[in-house]
Design a protein around this ligand. Structure first.
Ligand SMILES: [Ca+2]
Length: 248
């Protein structure tokens, strides 16, 4: 075997484990069926005791809407009681293009799943964001990259683009968007970066009403039977593109 080929193969073996295969899926509960219970068919309801509960949230870029809740509404385990409850959701200012939110864990956590929940009767229901992760020890890590700076250029690892924007039909209702990895492990993560975008530009009201973000740690899930093997195995089998329970 030529030396060059040998080197290339060795490099390939070293590089392959770095490539993760993120999987995104989501569920949509239309307005008429959405309740304060946040019940979904395949995805679990929001939790109070996930890894995000102890995480710290920082606004990296963007302006919250004057009617928005504080950032901690995303991790407080509380969800809105009604379809249009500004004070129980975090959302960026009307007429803006969204912004960036960093989630810091007290220590690196091996992540099995990230689920974001939203609820609004209209165009602020669907979600659109890019998700990045960092282990914390990256040499050039910029913890607060503003819009215009590609997070990948400063230490972040791109995980997935999450979009629950319906191709047609009702936008309003509840959404749960799940990010997992084919391997079952999204990696060891100290920081997550949510790069959130408006979901439509027909008017100024396209910034999502985010109700909760849950981060499910790997070790916790191993010992936790509360949402058992059915849904976790099922999630691993579902591959992108996303599927929706949108009913006509
Ligand atoms: Ca909440």
């Amino acid at each position: 075997m030529p030396a060059t080929l040998k080197i290339l193969l060795t490099l390939l073996v070293l590089i392959v484990p770095v490539f993760l295969n993120a999987q995104v899926e989501f569920e949509h509960v239309p307005n008429r069926s959405a309740t304060a219970d946040f019940k979904f068919d395949r995805l679990p309801s929001p939790r109070k005791d996930d890894a995000a509960t102890n995480a710290k949230l920082t606004l990296v870029d963007g302006t919250p809407d004057g009617g928005s809740a504080e950032l901690n509404a995303l991790t407080d385990g509380q969800v809105p009681a009604h379809a249009d409850e500004p004070g129980a959701n975090f959302y960026f200012d009307a007429g803006t293009m969204g912004g960036r939110i960093r989630m810091d864990f007290p220590a690196p956590v091996e992540i099995k799943q990230i689920i974001s929940y939203s609820w609004h009767p209209g165009s602020r229901g669907p979600q659109l964001y890019k998700l990045y992760a960092a282990g914390g020890s990256e040499a050039n890590l910029n913890l607060a990259p503003k819009r215009g700076i590609d997070p990948v250029s400063c230490g972040w690892r791109f995980i997935a683009t999450v979009s629950t924007i319906p191709k047609q039909g009702e936008e309003g209702g509840q959404y749960a968007a799940s990010v997992t990895d084919a391997s079952g492990n999204l990696g060891k993560v100290r920081y997550l970066l949510f790069d959130c975008y408006v979901t439509e530009l027909n008017d100024d009201y396209g910034n999502t009403f985010y109700s909760e973000i849950d981060v499910i740690g790997l070790s916790r899930n191993r010992s936790n039977k509360s949402y058992g093997s059915d849904s976790s195995n099922g999630l691993q089998q579902i591959r992108a593109p996303v599927s929706s329970l949108h009913t006509p």
